[in-house]
Ligand binder design. Sequence first.
Ligand code: ADP
Ligand code: MG
Length: 250
Amino acid sequence: MLELQNLSFSVTEDKQEKQILHGISLTIPDDKLVVLTGPNGGGKSTLAKLIAGIEQPISGKILFNGEDITGKSITERARMGISYAFQQPVKFKGIQVLDLIRFATGKNTLSVADACDYLAAVGLCAKDYINREVNNSLSGGELKRIEIATVLARGAALSIFDEPEAGIDLWSFQNLIQTFDSMRRSIPNSSFLIISHQERILNIADEIMVLANGRIEHSGDKAEIMPELIGTASAVPGCRKLEGGDESVC
Ligand SMILES: Nc1ncnc2c1ncn2[C@@H]1O[C@H](COP(=O)(O)OP(=O)(O)O)[C@@H](O)[C@H]1O
Ligand SMILES: [Mg+2]
């Protein structure tokens, strides 16, 4: 279980302090898939970076399975079971896709066929990519998929995906959603934090949190939050035929 307690973050810009996150408190229980959504610039990626240890909060605490990890490094957090796929993926010059996937699984002897399965899950034709170097020769979308594949391969207790839909075509996207689902079932007690604007990802959430202007504005069950996001609950038209009204409206 991940717990954020009153987490704040600011940066200094032109000698002025700019506060980006204001006292964020939230919990991601084991076995839950939480989708974090909200307007661009709201602070979603920053929050993911704080959880992964890439940025440090100015105040507040991060607890993972009851342990305070606020001061722990990225590597320590990764070892404890936190895995993060950046919104803007990272390149690894001189390293092949196969090496990266083997490294993610922690199995040097992982077969090429097994490594290829992870690439297939993100819609990449594995034979074309498995021996490619993870460098500038790959497009943004390809890098993004490879990075998602490594997080899938890691199979961590908490997997964080920042806008996984970016750079992925619709067909592969449907596949990816199924992959998230099967990953949930195959890793006991695993939890997911997926940052997304996509309705189809919102639809697989157990809980949805809306982050805007550095604050959690809404959070709750999907059933409760979805109508607020699409319009308002009262804006969903009722069926007048069922209510005994004008049939032509239904
Ligand atoms: N290192 C930084 N320096 C200056 N501004 C930053 C930095 N990191 C994030 N920000 C600003 O913080 C706000 C939130 O950014 P971000 O977390 O990327 O939002 P989101 O992912 O919700 O679109 C943005 O206004 C962004 O420009
Ligand atoms: Mg972002």
